[in-house]
Design a protein around this ligand. Structure first.
Ligand SMILES: [Zn+2]
Length: 429
């Protein structure tokens, strides 16, 4: 059977399996599957069954991630990881994360069934991370941080909406909460990490393309911005006002303008004003700010421009403005070698020149990249919609994706990659 024919058949099965996993939900009439939940245990059972049917060994690691391992040409070789996450946001779609795991399963099973794993100079590990979205405990990437060595025991004290601590949730899941840190993998046991994921944006649709690689997962910083003025009666003439809210409005417009000019992404999603009277000039306004950019320098440049403009606006409007950083993460750059293998796969399956996109959403790869070189394969999703029951993918796109993903594995093997070589490529990059 040709690679194309396999992928066409595999796509139907992949979509059917995404439907099956969507049934394992804690939300009536919708999809929600949380870390360390009974529904996650069911999802692991189902997914492990698909792997085990092809003779691929599975286990659940100390952090509650599902692992399937297919040996290469000899047992015990370092592994290439194919992974994504099996948890979801509340009222989720069927594909964010799930599609990547199910496609990784399809590739591993195909390798096992054709015996081509025995040609590989590395093992394959399928990873279904238990937490990426952070829906249950309000901290994200828990499964992948544990894998990559970034686990922090203080997270165990977090509680879910029902007051269940993470510590208790681990015990209920049959795991020892004091051993989560032991899920951290060793660098020498792995080659790298590949993730297949829906784009969660509209660019592939706009370009009429099924697939792309990812150049980097965006740098992100979040702030709380506070504008201090003075509250007074609506009767106050304009030249005597210290209106915090109109100043905030002007700053927010400037943020939009600057971010568009720089080709980055910014959002102000929350705002409040005090004292909050219809006939009272606002004395204080507070708003959130999230800025994402393909690299750290660009993100920093955008902030420099924003704060400079905010100061100008504040001076002119006789208010003061300050900001507090609440989160910052550097961009994670995809490994050039692994990315070139993904792009080789895209060119073979789609028959068109491959290109890369910046990923503005976060992904497991951010946490895995603390340990391993990573690369990602994006597939078009309808309208760029995600984190919604309206998530949708096309079967022909999934077929292109499955073929490209498998081809990337062969390409890595063909270039006779080994741990030292990836480390060397890492250092060069
Ligand atoms: Zn995801």
């Amino acid at each position: 059977m040709s690679a194309e024919q396999w992928a066409v058949d595999a796509a139907d099965e992949i979509l059917d399996r995404c439907d099956q996993l969507a049934e394992l939900t804690s939300m009536e009439g919708g999809i929600e599957r949380d870390y360390l939940s009974p529904q996650m245990a069911e999802a692991y059972k189902l997914t492990a069954g698909w792997l085990e049917k092809a003779g691929i060994a599975t286990h659940i690691d100390q952090a509650g991630n599902l692992v399937g391992r297919l040996e290469g040409r000899e047992p015990g070789l370092p592994a290439l990881v194919l992974g994504s996450h099996l948890d979801s946001v509340p009222d989720a779609g069927k594909y964010d994360g799930i599609l990547g795991v199910v496609t990784a399963v399809a590739v591993a099973v195909h390798l096992a069934e054709t015996g081509r794993n025995k040609e590989l100079p590395f093992a394959i590990e399928v990873l279904g991370f238990g937490d990426e979205e952070g829906a249950r405990f309000g901290a994200t990437l828990l499964g992948s941080y544990a894998f990559g060595g970034g686990w922090r025991d203080e997270w165990l004290d977090r509680t879910d909406v029902n007051g269940v601590s993470m510590r208790q949730a681990f015990a209920d899941f049959g795991l020892d909460p004091d051993k989560v840190g032991e899920a951290a993998r060793k660098r020498e046991d792995y080659i790298g990490y590949l993730e297949f994921h829906i784009e969660q944006g509209p660019i592939l649709e706009q370009r009429d393309r099924a697939l792309s690689s990812v150049t980097s997962i965006a740098a992100a910083s979040r702030y709380v911005v506070t504008v201090d003025g003075m509250s007074s009666h609506i009767a106050t003439p304009y030249d005597l006002r210290h209106d915090a809210l109109t100043a905030a409005a002007e700053i927010i417009s400037a943020i939009d303008e600057i971010s568009q000019q720089e080709g980055t992404r910014a959002n102000v999603g929350e705002i409040s004003a005090e004292p909050g009277g219809v006939n009272v000039i606002a004395g204080k306004a507070t708003f959130s700010l999230d800025v994402r950019a393909g690299n750290d320098q660009l993100r920093d440049k955008v902030f420099d421009r924003i704060w400079k403009r905010a100061d100008e606006i504040a001076n002119r409007r006789k208010v003061s403005v300050s900001h507090t950083m609440i989160h910052t993460a550097s961009a994670v750059h995809c490994d050039p070698f692994l990315r070139s293998c993904i792009e080789e796969g895209i060119e073979q399956s789609e028959g068109k020149e491959a290109f890369g996109l910046v990923s503005y959403p976060g992904h497991d790869g951010m946490a895995v990249a603390k340990l391993l070189p990573i690369a990602m394969l994006y597939v078009r999703c309808k309208g760029g919609i995600s984190h919604s029951p309206y998530e949708s993918v096309r079967a022909d796109d999934v077929a292109y994706g499955a073929q490209a993903f498998e081809q990337a594995v062969f390409d890595i093997a063909a270039r006779n990659i080994n741990v030292e070589r990836v480390q060397q490529l890492d250092e060069e990059a």
